[in-house]
Design a binder for this molecule. Structure first.
Ligand code: PMT
Length: 401
């Protein structure tokens, strides 16, 4: 719902600037309030008079008002807005945003923005496909911005080479969808596991895996955005992995046993759990208390099974609770996922395969199928933030039935 939402609309120097008028009209028709911030180049394509007539507000372009010399506060705009939309966004503006080059009012407003930011790129095909533009768009995504790509509504990982700005009605629909789900999980409690586990061999070595925690963190942010309180039980991930939402409470663990313990304690008070962590199935039978020294001979480490957290939660699950699992496979993917769905008592399982380029460990994207007793739904390769939306959409359908 856009009723009452405050939108900062950033307009840059593209021929698609005329479409901003249609965006403003639609936003206002849906009850939003719009404040335009335009770059100097944007004014070459569309006049501030037209824009202020449509928004009933003076257009902001300079740091100081030309009329009375008062200062336009980009900080205040950052606090005022419920969302910032930059449409059209040129390659130059996208580059400045990605690199923090605050040489105009639009970029300073962007850098001060507390609300979610949506970017609708507009340029020709070659500029869009250029590696520097692609890299800048990926950087913006990694910073949590939403990129609205023609044809998909959101940015696909392999940018298909369409640079023309998405149509105004689809841009407005993106914002509408975003606000529709905001707060829809208010009062719900969600347990999410993320990252790898480390199983100690000796004080300096461990058995681990390649999980970065990105998929689990994206799920945590998406649930929190919808108003849920999230317990994020997280294996050892890089220090750069930080949560944004205050609704996320992080519990750091190292081994599968520690993760198991934390989950057993938390799950009874939860409405749902999403088990995204890559948990080691085995751990060394014993941990050497001193560094194991080279002997020149072969060495054997005996491994014993770790607790299966998912199976344990599946057994504890009450009728009022749901449980979602992941399956990371390398062969016979669907069959293995089906088997885990039943054995671990999941309501549905999210399958990702290491055979799909851009899917699985460490990438910013994933390609998933959701499998339940009702069948299998395949999704295209998307940024992990978008994949999280698909998973949480399915979860809320299940809970609301
Ligand atoms: O962290 P990223 O780099 O973003 O990568 C994301 C991911 C690839 C780790 C993620 O998308 C994923 O697939 N997570 C599950 C990986 C996995 O361990 O799958 P599995 O098929 O081995 O396990 C099946 C399910 O049982 C999973 O929900 C897992 O969390 C759970 N499990 C497994 C073993 C165990 N001892 N306890 C468990 O709870």
């Amino acid at each position: 719902m856009l009723q009452g939402k405050k939108i900062v609309l950033g307009i840059t120097g593209s021929i698609a600037a005329y479409k901003s008028c249609l965006i403003i009209r639609q936003l206002i028709k849906k009850g939003a309030e719009v404040q335009v911030v335009i770059t100097p180049a944007g004014k070459e394509f569309i006049t501030p008079i037209t824009l202020s007539a449509l928004t009933s507000k003076p257009v902001i372009s300079e740091f100081f008002s030309q009329r009375d010399g008062t200062w336009h506060s980009h900080v205040d705009l950052g606090l005022w807005a419920d969302a910032m939309l930059i449409a059209p966004a040129t390659a130059a503006t996208i580059g400045k945003m990605a690199n923090g080059i605050a040489d105009n009012m639009l970029i300073t407003t962007y850098l001060s923005m507390k609300a979610p930011v949506f970017v609708a790129p507009a340029m020709d095909l070659d500029m869009y496909a250029h590696p520097s533009t692609q890299q800048n768009l990926k950087t913006l995504q990694a910073y949590g911005n939403h990129i609205i790509e023609p044809g998909t509504g959101f940015l696909a990982s392999k940018l298909e080479g369409k640079g023309r700005m998405e149509e105004p009605e689809n841009i407005v629909a993106c914002l509408e969808r975003f606000f529709d789900v905001q707060g829809s999980m208010k009062g719900k409690k969600v347990l999410i596991t993320a990252g790898p586990t480390y199983e100690k061999i000796d004080p300096v070595r461990f058995i681990g895996n390649y999980s970065s925690g990105k998929m689990g963190f994206a799920l945590a942010e998406e649930c929190a955005r919808r108003g849920a309180q999230v317990e994020l039980v997280c294996g050892p991930v890089s220090a750069s992995m930080q949560t944004v939402s205050p609704l996320i409470h992080r519990v750091n663990v190292e081994s599968a046993k520690e993760m198991h313990q934390a989950c057993l304690e938390l799950y009874p008070a939860m409405d749902t759990a999403i088990l995204c962590a890559a948990v080691a199935d085995f751990a060394p039978e014993s941990i050497a208390d001193q560094k194991i020294k080279r002997t020149g001979y072969d060495m054997t480490i005996r491994l014993v099974p770790n607790p299966d957290i998912a199976a344990a939660l599946g057994k504890m699950k009450k009728d009022s609770q749901t449980l979602v699992g992941f399956a990371l496979e390398t062969h016979d993917e669907a069959a293995h996922a089906q088997e885990k769905l039943a054995r671990k008592n999941f309501d549905f399982i999210v399958l990702n395969s290491l055979n799909d380029e851009g899917a699985g460990f460490q990438t910013d994207t994933n390609k998933i199928s959701i499998i339940s007793t009702e069948g299998k739904e395949d999704f295209p390769l998307k940024p992990k933030a978008e994949v999280a939306k698909d998973i949480v959409d399915r979860l809320t359908q299940l809970v609301m039935r």
